[in-house]
Design a protein around this ligand. Structure first.
Ligand code: HEM
Length: 407
């Protein structure tokens, strides 16, 4: 590590600049090799510890010696500070009670029942793009409506309302919690939508997540103990993860495949490669660092370094997914690699409860695109695609492509 990265000596602040194509900061490789548990400063002056190796990241995420709640209520914002209301911000036992119905709502059997509907949504959207005269932006025309419609329907909303609901969610996120006259109206509309959904499901339960959160599934899986306030907070968070998370990560995966035409050709020719390719893409472009911060509640040793009680610790999943201790050639995207068991969906009590849904959506979203339009190609140079960090640092602003003829 160079002197200027070291806490207290100068200019190095976290986060670090991303690598080419929106990949993880090149500096992570150096941290993994030489300084796996390091103290850094954020731009606002706060001091945190970065943890990079797979085994240490899993310890921070899973060991009760690390509190998520104490990090969520730290002063400042970003990296999961200044929150403290969502499920991802809580510790046991409050967290455990809220999480059980969410896990049930996204259970593998439910996701398997949903798969035909997910495929149909992808196919309908792709069919609607046939014959487009010029370049098509796959974010606006495909990944956004795909993610938005699916999460809205799965929660229990009429899927045709997806753009209003997700638009309101995005407006509130971009407002950063500030309450202007415009945002108050948006917040009220969204609260009304969630209240309306809960009232509709109380009157007529259905095979959806809102019904599970109400405890009206059979047998009830814990939702009956929630308040309507809990349910609304959960639904709000689920729209954020289900819409923004899937829209942006799928767009990023499509970008990676289309940036090198032979990747797209191989996946179009061999659809069996798609599930493994998605596992590798999740390793190569995992989730953001947002919301991962923890606070050590006692002294803990990680990779031989003593992290003191009270320290704020950021387990960098995106670095751990490139830990050479668990993966060969970590910085190379190899779509036919035997899947590596990385922590892309977290570990421990907060491990993503919707990972089956996310994997199915990413697999279907990529697989149906290359099967339907085997010649699909970027309409701009790969270097000109802009990678975003507006909300969560894992998207592309737009992905202009030429679809070519449908298969
Ligand atoms: C798109 C791919 C996705 C990735 C890579 C991903 C990743 C993650 C990760 C790493 C965590 C753990 C955070 C922590 O430990 O602090 C997490 C938690 C969570 N994810 Fe996902 N997620 C994805 C999609 C989704 C989807 C589609 C939903 C729901 C619609 C969802 C809902 C959640 C929830 C509710 C939590 C918090 C769980 C808890 O605190 O117990 N995620 N996700």
């Amino acid at each position: 590590m160079s002197a200027d990265d070291t806490l207290g000596t100068g200019t190095g602040t976290f986060p670090y600049p991303a690598g080419p194509g929106g990949t993880v900061p090149p500096r992570y490789a150096r941290l993994l090799a030489e300084d796996p548990v390091s103290r850094v400063r954020l731009a606002d002056g706060a001091e945190i510890w970065l943890v990079t190796r797979d085994a240490d990241v899993r310890t921070v995420l899973a060991d009760p010696a690390f509190s998520r709640y104490r990090a969520a209520v730290l002063p400042g914002s970003g990296f999961g500070r200044g929150q403290g209301t969502g499920i991802v911000d809580l510790d046991a036992p409050r967290h455990t009670g809220l999480r059980a119905p969410v896990v049930a709502g996204f259970a593998p059997e439910r996701v398997a029942r949903w798969r035909p509907r997910i495929e149909a949504v992808a196919d309908e959207l792709l069919a609607g793009l046939a014959g487009a005269p010029g370049p098509v932006d796959l974010v606006a025309a495909y990944t956004a409506p795909y993610a938005g419609r699916i999460i809205c329907e799965l929660l229990g909303f009429d899927g045709d309302r997806w753009s209003v609901i997700t638009g309101d969610i995005e407006t509130l996120l971009l407002s950063g919690g500030s309450d202007g006259p415009g945002t108050a109206a948006v917040r009220d509309r969204l609260q009304g939508a969630f209240a309306g959904l809960l009232a509709a499901r109380r009157a007529r339960p259905a095979d959806d997540v809102a019904t599970v959160l109400l405890g009206l599934d059979e047998p009830a899986s814990g939702g009956q103990h929630l308040t309507d306030g809990d349910r609304t907070t959960l639904l709000h968070g689920l729209v954020i993860s289900g819409f923004i998370g899937v829209r942006d990560l799928l767009a990023r995966h499509l970008y990676a495949v289309l940036a090198e035409p032979d990747r797209r050709e191989r996946l179009a020719a061999k659809p069996d490669l798609v599930p493994g390719a998605v596992a590798e893409l999740l390793r190569y472009y995992p989730s953001s660092n947002d919301g991962l911060l923890r606070v050590a509640t006692r002294d803990v040793e990680l990779s031989g370094v003593r992290v003191p009680a009270g320290a704020a610790v950021l387990p960098l999943i995106s670095a751990a997914c490139r830990d050479p201790r668990i993966v060969d050639r970590p910085d190379t995207l190899e779509l036919d690699r035997t899947p590596v068991p990385v922590a892309a969906f977290g570990a421990g009590p907060h491990r993503c409860p919707a990972l089956d849904l996310a994997v199915v959506q990413l697999t279907v979203g990529l697989g149906r695109l290359v099967a339907t339009y085997p010649q699909v190609a970027l309409a701009v140079a790969a270097e000109d695609v802009r990678h975003t960090s507006d909300l969560l640092p894992l998207g592309v602003a737009a992905l202009p492509v030429r679809l070519g003829a449908a298969a």
